[in-house]
Design a binder for this molecule. Structure first.
Ligand code: F6P
Length: 518
């Protein structure tokens, strides 16, 4: 399909005009006061997630123009091309198939040829991986599981294992080692015994230097401690099964090049999640994500939550010029969600050229950042309320807690409501130090419970909203060439730390190299 650049559409020009004439002055407080339907019109139920968008700087006319923009940019066609297995990751000539990983075996009649062709291998691998997960869970001798991986081979599984801690078996500890900084692995190894540990070496490519270095050190430690049964104590999760075998690991779970690293927690990369919560709950996670896929694929764009969120992201980035978005999960188990979403948004949409490789005249991914509430309130919320920049905030709240401490949850919910209210309403105090300008936008996502299915749906929602904005921006959201240069240079620099050779280096790097060696 030919994709059309957003800034060349009539809707883009109309949005620019709408922004100048009314959009930039829109006061959400008055809009809410004047329109009793605003909450209903700008809230939306999707599988497992209720979203209130009504505190955002948007009105019906603008949303309609954004929907026109989506239509003119071919977002629905692009989405359908992804589901159909077209090579929409064109710079790597690959389809983008993470949605297929959560499609049930007895899939809907809507399944297309590509889905039907891949489904058998997806489910055979899933069954084998879940069978292994159950064996490790049930193995009384195993007390510790260590996932060694980085980026998408760490952030998703780590975030989900923490998020679903209430569903996990308390008998086994899950550890995540990602950094090549030896402090991390050394601190983890100090807690372990080879006979009671399983190492999962998670790497799509099985070439990532951090993961390979940690894996080699873990294997050396295992053998030095008298461990011999690598097949029992090491498993590899990778698309590069041959490299894993060459490394000496015979227990392997594969996946495919059409699964992007940051979209891979649904594949064999999710094995630590399955070990933590069990096969049935892992299938619920997949089912929740699939429910969101069905919504994204089938709901009209005007009632399609990922579409509405993605369009709002474009409105804020390209018309209001907001440079970041903050995420505030009011659930401490979602502690790693901001880090996971950083990779999802910024590795996917942090691009400066369009699909044809031409430099873009408009901005793409915002900076994404955040911390769980209420902690963030006592750190950087000052800036959100009274700083000079406007940062759209995304609150995530959960109705039902998994603890019995009666005093806490109402207070937590009161805080999340109060923060959204304070950002919106502000407080007049003659413009001085105690003045809150208000009209600061936020979105409120509400889950009934932080269950595996709800988490799955929430994550799929985030994946698809990133798809929508990337699609409008006409970029390839599925490659990540921007991480390559640093990898190449690190390889060049590593031997120089030994030799001291600074030939060809810039003066600053040469100076630092000399200092590090002195
Ligand atoms: O840093 C780039 C990246 O390729 C990410 O996209 C990926 O998630 C991570 O490295 C890890 O890659 P791999 O799973 O191949 O080790």
């Amino acid at each position: 399909m030919t994709r059309i650049r957003c800034d060349r559409t009539p809707a883009w020009r109309q949005l620019q005009a709408a922004f100048e004439s009314s959009g930039k002055q829109l006061d959400v407080r008055s809009a809410l006061a004047q329109d009793p339907q605003r909450f209903a019109q700008f809230s939306q139920s999707a599988p497992y997630v209720f979203a209130d968008l009504s505190k955002n700087r948007i009105d019906a006319a603008t949303e309609q123009l954004l929907l026109d923009l989506a239509a003119q940019c071919g977002v629905a066609e692009h989405r359908d091309a992804m589901f159909a297995g077209s090579a929409i990751n064109h710079t790597e000539q690959r389809p983008v198939g993470h949605v297929l990983l959560r499609q049930p075996r007895a899939a809907a009649a809507t399944a297309n040829d590509w889905e039907r062709a891949q489904r058998e291998q997806v489910h055979t691998t899933l069954d084998a991986m879940l069978d292994y997960a159950e064996r490790v869970r049930g193995d009384a001798a195993i007390t510790d599981i260590v996932n060694i991986g980085i980026g998408g081979s760490d952030l998703g599984p780590q975030m989900a294992v923490r998020a679903l801690g209430d569903y996990a078996s308390p008998r086994q500890r899950l550890h995540f080692v990602s950094n090549v900084d030896g402090h991390e692995l050394a601190a983890t190894l100090a807690l372990l015994k080879p006979a009671s540990t399983v190492f999962l070496i998670a790497s799509k490519t099985f070439t990532t230097i951090e993961t390979m270095t940690n894996a080699l050190s873990a294997k050396a430690w295992f053998e030095a401690q008298g461990g011999t049964d690598i097949a029992r104590h090491f498993a590899a999760l990778t698309t590069n099964v041959a490299a894993a075998q060459a490394f000496g690991i015979s227990t392997t779970f594969g996946f495919w090049d059409w699964v992007g690293g940051r979209y891979s927690l649904w594949s064999a990369i999710g094995l630590p999640i399955a070990i933590a919560i069990g096969a049935a709950a892992f299938r619920e996670l997949l089912a929740g994500a699939h429910a969101m896929d069905v919504h994204f694929r089938g709901a009209p764009l005007a009632q399609n939550l990922p579409v509405r969120l993605g369009l709002l992201d474009v409105w804020y980035r390209n018309f209001h010029g907001f440079t970041s978005r903050s995420i505030a999960p009011y659930h401490s188990a979602l502690q790693r969600l901001p880090a996971y979403l950083q990779q999802l948004e910024m590795e996917s949409n942090g691009k400066r050229v369009d699909a044809q490789g031409a430099a873009l005249p408009y901005c793409t991914a915002p900076v994404l950042w955040g911390e769980p509430g209420t902690n963030g309130q006592h750190a950087y919320f000052q800036m959100l309320h009274q700083g000079t920049d406007v940062v759209p905030l995304e609150f995530i709240a959960v109705k039902k807690p998994h603890h019995q401490l009666a005093a806490h949850h109402p207070l937590l919910l009161a805080n999340v409501l109060a923060q959204a209210q304070a950002l919106l309403m502000g407080k007049d105090d003659a413009g001085g130090h105690r003045h809150f300008p208000g009209n600061r936008p936020s979105t409120f996502l509400l889950l009934d419970e932080l269950s595996p299915a709800a988490l799955g749906a929430l994550l799929a929602l985030q994946e698809h909203r990133v798809f929508v904005s990337g699609s409008i921006w006409n970029i390839n959201s599925f490659d990540q060439w921007g991480v390559e240069l640093g990898k190449v240079l690190a390889k060049d620099i590593a031997p120089r730390l030994d030799s001291g050779d600074s030939t060809g280096l810039d003066a600053s790097t040469a100076g630092l190299l000399a200092r590090l060696r002195s």
